[in-house]
Design a protein around this ligand. Structure first.
Ligand code: FAD
Length: 508
């Protein structure tokens, strides 16, 4: 009896559980480019082009391996334009009434499969290092679900960067060494770009035509779209950029969205790379003396720690997580996030990188765009939708915990032990953005005062009760309390004017 084997656009791995369960001689693979996914939300054109191109190439590979692949291109006349509809169409076409699927990383799609009229066998996604059960067992009964402790479990489980029972280098975490600012004369080896081949060019033309109203450009498209190119990108990183990854992990520079970051998240998240393999290669670089421990541990912590932790948490917290809004914020996302004019050099830079590359690195996401949205009191659901749509690597399981939890504190502190907020001082220290900015990072109030300085204290003031017992907020709250009453009033009045300007659509 024929069964359908569903492969989604972020499930392009030869070892996918659905493929391992399927029978090449009788089962039929279903893959589909559909408006229903590309438009909800309106994803960045580079993300759509990456996924469609990688899907087409993976489908061709599977066909070459002898699979019967029923692939719907976006502009195929009979395309049902939804995953659910495509399953029904292919079921009718082949006579199948059963589907094998690997669990999607999006609660909406999981619900769709669970409610589908066809019989669905939903298998765990085994392309991660931790299972959902392992996370749940670890989380069970803990008062706090801190990433650091989960990460240590993962180090012990895999033996990565372990010397017997002890962490290699004598410490679990070298984060303190990883906070160097960079200057623009620092030599940076550019990451490799993969110019569009014929398949990608064809997809780009389709995306240009069908999604012309989506935020973002296609001109700089250079993402790896095959397993081979993704391996090349990873090898290049290990050879040329891992060494400095740690030192400049938090640094930001004008005109450089990448610095020493690996730019591997999109390939990892759609299944072109294996997370454990990357960790092993990074460890190899340390063991052979090619990269220092702070760089290697920092990189491994992002993958073995953060990536696995947020995925576990996303499943553990369940579908309601994206609606969390503990601070009860309801401000609309300012237009500047969609490329509207702004006088703030840091926001302009981060949004421009996003528009041009569908990428900005972690600190820009967290301490520039995320920080500003949190200080301004933007509705976290709007912030979530923005991050989910504009980044090439954004899928709910990884984007939502990072946005709702880490960046917007909307989950009340499950992920972050304190809100990631800062005044202009942090951005000034870690970047060269402020050098050319209309505002002054040093000016706390008055003409030219950076909005980050004003909104920061406004945030502290409006949440002084909530964070009164948080030991990590003690110093800052004490500084606010001690501040001269007249000065406080000036700050709060000026901050209110910034918020009103945002609401009125004025340039900030
Ligand atoms: P590197 O800095 O080189 O890190 C190496 C790898 O570690 C990344 O490729 C990624 O797989 C993993 N990693 C690093 N940090 C995290 C993290 N916090 N959570 C999970 N994995 C991590 N990452 C996504 O993959 N998809 C998203 O949609 C996403 N949304 C984010 C939203 C916000 C508000 C924030 C603050 C962070 C978000 N991140 C997301 C995490 C992180 O910013 C990206 O993984 C990283 O910028 C990807 O670039 P890179 O490959 O150069 O990463």
């Amino acid at each position: 009896m024929t069964r359908l084997v569903l492969i989604l656009g972020d499930q392009l791995s030869p070892n996918l559980s659905a493929l391992e369960e399927a029978d090449k001689s009788s089962d039929v693979i279903v893959m589909a480019e559909v408006h229903g996914e590309a438009d909800s939300p309106k994803h960045h054109p580079q993300k759509i082009a990456l996924i469609f191109s990688a899907m087409r190439k993976f489908a061709a590979r599977l066909e070459g391996d002898g699979w019967d692949v029923r692939y719907a291109r976006l502009d195929d006349r009979d395309n049902a334009q939804s995953i659910s509809g495509e399953l029904l169409r292919r079921a009718e076409e082949t006579g199948a009434n059963e589907v094998i699927a690997t669990t999607p990383g999006d609660h909406r799609l999981i619900a769709m499969l669970d409610e589908h009229p066809l019989k669905i066998t939903r298998l765990p996604d085994t392309r991660f290092i931790a299972t959902h059960e392992e996370f749940a067992t670890w989380a069970d009964g803990r008062k706090e679900l801190r990433m650091e402790y989960f990460y240590r479990e993962m180090r012990r489980k895999t033996g990565i960067l372990m010397d017997g029972d002890d962490p290699a280098g004598g410490k679990w975490n070298f984060d303190h060494d990883n906070r160097k600012p960079a200057s623009n004369d620092l030599f940076r080896e550019a990451p490799p770009m993969f110019p569009p081949d014929e398949t990608t060019k064809e997809v780009i033309a389709l995306v240009e035509k069908e999604f012309s109203d989506h935020f973002g450009t296609l001109d700089t498209f250079g993402w790896p779209t095959t397993h081979e190119d993704a391996e090349r990108a990873a090898d290049h990183f290990f050879e040329h950029r891992l060494e400095c990854f740690g030192d400049y992990q938090d640094a930001m520079l004008r005109g450089d969205p990448f610095l020493y970051h690996s730019i591997l998240s999109s390939a990892l998240n759609i299944g072109l790379l294996d997370p454990l393999e990357l960790c092993k290669k990074a460890e190899e670089a340390y063991r052979s003396g090619n990269a220092p421990i702070n760089a290697v541990e920092g990189f491994i912590r992002q993958i073995l720690g953060w990536r696995e932790y947020v995925r576990g948490l996303w499943a553990f917290e369940g579908p309601g997580y994206t609606e969390r809004n503990i601070l009860r914020y309801d401000r609309k996302l300012p237009w500047l996030y969609w490329g509207g004019e702004t006088n703030m050099a840091c926001l302009s830079e981060a949004v421009n990188h996003t528009k041009e590359y569908a990428y900005s690195h972690h600190i820009q996401r967290l301490m520039v765009t995320g920080n500003f949205a949190l200080l301004a009191g933007v509705d976290p659901a709007e912030v979530h939708e923005w991050y989910l749509s504009v980044y090439v690597d954004a899928f709910e399981w990884v984007e939502a915990p990072n946005t709702i939890g880490m960046s917007q504190f909307a989950d009340g502190g499950i992920i972050a032990s304190k809100p990631y907020v800062s005044s202009a001082n942090y951005i000034d220290k870690m970047s060269d953005f402020c050098e050319t900015c209309h505002y002054s990072a040093k000016a706390k109030t008055g003409e030219g005062a950076c909005p980050f300085n004003l909104l920061y204290w406004h945030f502290i003031d409006r949440h002084s009760q909530r964070f009164g017992n948080n030991p990590r907020m003690g110093n800052v709250l004490a500084t606010w309390r001690r501040m001269d009453a007249e000065k406080k009033k000036t700050i709060l009045d000026e901050a209110t004017r910034v918020l009103e300007a945002l609401d009125d659509g004025e340039t900030v």
